[in-house]
Design a protein around this ligand. Structure first.
Ligand code: ADP
Ligand code: MG
Length: 847
């Protein structure tokens, strides 16, 4: 909206920044025109009232190897071939007309290739008026009774509007009437049949909510942009048919509110739809002439029809427009019929026409680029500069895209197959445009006095006339009144030429006429007095009415005073409550702060607790690890020490045995000296034993000679005396294993418990011992020893060898053979033992 700036604030902020944050996408509609000829190939199908589908024409598909697919495009609304101009207007332009009446701007443009129906949609034809005539008609239908007199609003040539008083406006009107030959009342003019029936009366529509206490005026401008030059189509230049002057182009300027406008462009004030049409057709005619004269191609020019609506509130009496420029609101609706969007090659233009076409294409290209950049900025949050200034079309409408009003576009398409490729480009542009959002214009109501002044004044006038009529008819108007009748019956004076002093004819006639006139005068005076009295009484009545109204007003004032008091009390109460609420808010604030502090504390304590718990956990696990390690160390060292102790005990035992033997020997020698009296020179010798190899099923390795207990070799039984005799010791617990290989012991004394008597008769001892081997089989051990007589008269067995008899599962045995030489417990296998000492110790343990 181009609102007049206030006196002291000459420049308003750019509209974009001042406007609200609500945004609407650009409304894009699609209109499909009917095919030119029935038999033409069609490439567009309307699928729903929002979607169309494009089919590639057969020829194209074949040529391009099926490169083109069927594609669908969606719009705010799709209008099929049967859509009437009226239906299209209802949806597309009506809301924009309502907006302009409510002080909001609008931009509506048609886009498409040449022949797609842009002009048909925008302008239409007789009987099928397009969006432009319909918009004008709706505006005038809505503001008709509230229009200001001509020249009350006056454009100030800076895109603003001034208000003139009635007298100046009247003078301007008279000036214009004397200059032009245009008849005063356009309604009585002969209307060009070309635009006579654009809209049928039954299609007329009207906007709601028109402010009745405002005065309105409509101004129209019509420009053409060709080859990036702006031409004013309404400029009145005398046409020289012999040497026509080329039209002068106009420039764009920015007004104090940063709105773009065409400087020096003619703005024609129009008072009716017909007059506006007349102006429009004037422009069209000029356009046609210029195109023919300058050999232009009309499809390459953009035409812009601007409807400006000035509105200002009425004064307190409701009679005249308020003489305050700042109260004037100007809103505008731009109706743009863009040039054909097709590429240059299609038009087969040449030379300068081609260059021009290039420029026109350039302006549509700029429009596309601007839309692209706007979309990118909005979608990606970028802040790229929109190149509005690159073409006149985009520069002129820059404000709309920056949020100065609603933007709508009607995409016109011709479904014929020839247009397919161009239509595809049009669709892509349309789709992209839909994604651009434009800030919603804010509502700015016109501030004025109390509403209804115009109506009240009208009502008063009507009431007065009615009453006067009641009492003898109105004083004015064309209807015959008493006074008029009297005036009409006023007798004309007869010829006053007196022929002589005795003229008896003229004088009496004159006297009679004068007397009659006198009588009528008297009657007129009476009538006048009567009317005056009546008026007086009416006025008195009005006075008394006024008085009673004044009384009523007084009464109302009294009530108002009371209400004021009440209001004051309530205000005080509100103040008190406000203070209280402030206090409470303050308290809440403090409590909130305290809560925050506590919460902060709680959080930090919790944090600390967590970290401590973590530390504790870590320490605990460390401790457990340590414990396990220590336990391991303890078991290791215990085992080591146990072994060491055992080794030391054994060594000590051996040492003690040797000592004992030496002592024993000494004692024996001493005894021999004492009892027998003869000295034996034999030195005691430690018994040396031969290795006694007994054949065994399993290997029994020979062992080194261990230090055995002291024996007397003298008491050894001679082998030749009767062979070796064995004590065959087999405990009762033994199990019969059916062992094939059995020890061959002739003359053996079999015992199941060690017996001293048997030992005294034999010199060899064998113990058959059974135990469970590591592989779970029972193994039999033959523990062999030699029997010696001890010096004390007893027997001692010195173990010398162990034979092991073992049965094996053949499968397990083969597996075992493959395994290592060591047993499962890490000790050497029994058959591999080489250390006799160890074997002996084992045998001792077994006994
Ligand atoms: P453009 O302005 O896009 O070049 P026009 O509006 O001049 O196209 O249309 C070309 C022709 O097609 C005109 O004769 C017009 O009457 C016709 N036409 C276009 N749209 C329609 C429609 N919706 N219904 C009937 N005729 C149409
Ligand atoms: Mg056209």
């Amino acid at each position: 909206m181009i609102r007049q700036a206030k006196g002291k604030t000459p420049r308003r902020l750019p509209p974009k920044k001042a406007s609200n944050s609500q945004k609407d996408p650009v409304g894009v509609y699609c209109r499909v025109r009917p095919l030119g000829a029935e038999d033409e190939e069609c490439c567009i199908e309307v699928i729903s009232n929002t979607t169309i589908q494009l089919h590639a024409p057969d020829g194209l598909k074949a040529n391009r190897n099926g490169e083109f697919k069927e594609t669908q495009y969606s719009f705010k609304k799709v209008f099929g071939i049967k859509t009437t101009q009226g239906e299209l207007f209802e949806d597309v332009a009506k809301p924009l007309v309502e907006d302009i009446i409510h002080c909001k701007n609008g931009l509506l443009f048609t886009y498409g290739v040449t022949g797609s129906g842009k002009t048909h949609t925008m302008t239409g034809s007789p009987g099928q008026g397009g969006l432009l005539p319909r918009s004008l008609d709706m505006i005038f239908n809505s503001i008709g009774p509230y229009q200001a007199k001509r020249y009350v609003f006056k454009p100030d040539d800076k895109n603003g509007m001034e208000v003139q008083n009635q007298v100046d406006a009247l003078l301007d009107r008279q000036k214009r009437d004397s200059q032009t030959t245009v008849p005063k009342t356009p309604t009585t003019r002969r209307i060009d049949p070309e635009f006579a029936d654009m809209i049928s009366p039954e299609e007329a529509c009207k906007a709601d909510g028109v402010d009745e206490d405002s005065s309105y005026s409509v101004f129209v401008s019509y420009i053409e942009i060709y080859n990036n030059y702006i031409y004013d189509l309404l400029e009145e230049t005398p046409i020289d048919p012999i040497k026509p002057k080329p039209p002068q182009s106009k420039i764009l300027r920015e007004d104090q509110n940063h709105n773009m406008y065409v400087a020096g462009c003619t703005e024609v004030e129009v008072k009716s739809t017909e007059e506006a049409f007349e102006v429009f057709w004037r422009g069209q005619k000029k356009r046609r002439i210029a195109n023919t004269q300058l050999n232009r191609e009309s499809s390459r020019s953009h035409s812009v029809f601007i409807i400006k609506l000035a509105q200002a509130p009425l004064d307190a009496d409701g009679d005249n427009v308020l003489q305050d420029k700042n109260q004037v609101n100007v809103s505008q609706l731009c109706l743009v019929d863009l040039a054909g969007s097709e590429r240059t090659s299609r038009t087969r233009a040449e030379g300068s026409r081609l260059r021009e076409a290039g420029n026109i294409n350039q302006s549509l290209m700029t429009l596309r680029t601007c839309i692209e950049v706007l979309r990118e900025n909005q979608m990606c949050g970028t802040n790229k500069m929109v190149p509005y200034r690159d073409s006149k079309v985009t520069h002129l409408f820059k404000n709309y895209f920056d949020g100065e009003g609603k933007v709508r576009m009607v995409v016109c398409v011709n479904p014929k197959a020839d247009d397919y490729e161009e239509t595809l480009l049009v669709m892509r542009f349309a789709e992209m445009t839909q994604e651009v959002e434009v800030a919603r214009p804010v509502d700015r109501p016109i501030c004025g006095f109390a509403a209804g002044r115009r109506q009240r004044n009208q009502a008063f006038k009507e009431e007065l006339t009615r009453r006067l009529e009641e009492r003898g008819g109105p004083l004015d108007g064309e209807s015959p009144t008493v006074l008029n009748q009297l005036l009409q019956s006023f007798p004309p004076l007869p010829p006053c030429e007196i022929s002589g002093p005795n003229d008896d004819v003229t004088l009496p006639r004159l006297i009679e006429a004068l007397e009659k006139r006198h009588k009528i005068r008297q009657m007129m005076i009476e009538e006048y007095n009567k009317t005056a009295n009546m008026l007086k009484s009416v006025l008195q009545e009005q006075d008394s009415n006024l008085l009673s109204k004044e009384n009523f007003i007084q009464e109302q004032r009294g009530k108002l005073g009371e209400k004021d008091k009440m209001l004051q009390n309530q205000k005080n109460e509100i103040d008190r409550l406000e203070k209280k609420s402030k206090m409470l808010e303050y308290k809440i604030d403090i409590l909130q702060k305290t809560t925050n502090i506590y919460e902060e504390d709680k959080r930090s304590l919790q944090h600390e607790l967590e970290s401590r718990e973590q530390r504790l956990q870590r320490e605990m696990s460390e401790k457990r690890r340590m414990e396990a390690r220590m336990q391991g160390i303890v078991t290791d060292s215990k085992l080591k020490w146990e072994k060491e102790c055992e080794r030391r005990v054994n060594a000590k035992q051996l040492e003690m045995q040797n000592k004992l033997w030496v002592k024993d020997e000494k004692l024996k020698q001493l005894k021999a000296i004492v009892t027998e009296g003869k000295t034996e020179n034999r030195q005691p010798q430690r018994p040396s034993r031969e290795k006694d190899k007994v054949p065994a099923k399993r290997s029994a390795s020979p062992s080194p000679v261990p230090t055995g207990p002291p024996v007397r070799p003298l008491h050894r039984r001679s082998h030749s005396a009767g062979g070796e005799r064995w004590v065959d010791h087999k405990p009762n617990t033994n199990v019969d294993l059916d062992t094939v290989l059995q020890p061959n012991l002739p003359n053996a004394i079999k015992v199941n418990a060690p017996s001293e008597k048997a030992l005294s008769k034999c010199d060899k001892y064998v113990l058959t011992h059974q135990e469970v081997a590591s592989d779970g089989e029972i193994q039999t051990k033959l523990i062999k020893g030699e029997v010696f007589k001890t010096r004390g008269g007893g027997q001692a067995v010195q173990f010398t060898d162990i034979e092991t008899l073992k049965q094996e599962n053949p499968v397990a045995a083969s597996r075992k053979r493959r395994s290592s030489e060591t047993g499962p417990d890490g000790e050497p296998k029994e058959g591999d033992w080489t250390d006799v000492e160890t074997r002996t110790q084992k045998a001792l343990r077994l006994l």
